[in-house]
Design a protein. Structure first.
Ligand SMILES: [Zn+2]
Length: 149
């Protein structure tokens, strides 16, 4: 999956602009109780003490996770709400687009996770996450064409 993502990013100036991953230091996970200042546009002023210390990933390619994607009609951008839902239903992530489909036909949801559903959320990983999800979907269908029948 990693090489197909790299090819898609390199395709044009537009794809490089919109789908390249931000620098890894921009992947900041904050303690769920921390509150992003409401008037701040970026997390540049959010203290390093609020960050969850994590091991640096050696493999930078997107990793698939399999499990519950909570679907609803509101954006989750509160760390405490995220944690409460994670503990209650085991949600790995949250999304808003698939909820309406459930009544109409069988489906699976494939999402690229681009933020931590907390008050610090921003859009800088959206393009790359969307590309990762599209790449995964393409590979899934290539290997399992019977899914479309
Ligand atoms: Zn912040």
């Amino acid at each position: 999956m990693g090489s197909s993502i790299a090819l898609a990013i390199r395709r044009t100036a537009h794809t490089r602009q919109n789908f390249s991953p931000p620098d890894p230091p921009n992947d900041r996970l904050f303690e769920f109780q921390s509150r992003h200042p409401p008037t701040a546009d970026t997390c540049d002023g959010c203290p390093a003490e609020w960050e969850v210390k994590r091991r640096v990933r050696e493999d930078k390619t997107p990793q698939p996770h399999y499990g519950i994607i909570a679907s609803g009609n509101a954006v989750i951008k509160d760390g405490e709400t995220r944690e409460r839902l994670r503990e209650a239903i085991g949600a790995l992530c949250f999304e808003m687009e698939a909820a309406g489909l459930m009544q109409d036909f069988p489906y699976i949801v494939i999402r690229g996770i681009c933020d931590y559903a907390d008050s610090h959320k921003d859009k800088q990983w959206q393009g790359y996450a969307a590309l990762a999800a599209a790449s995964y979907t393409k590979e899934l269908l290539r290997r399992n064409p019977w899914i479309l029948v």
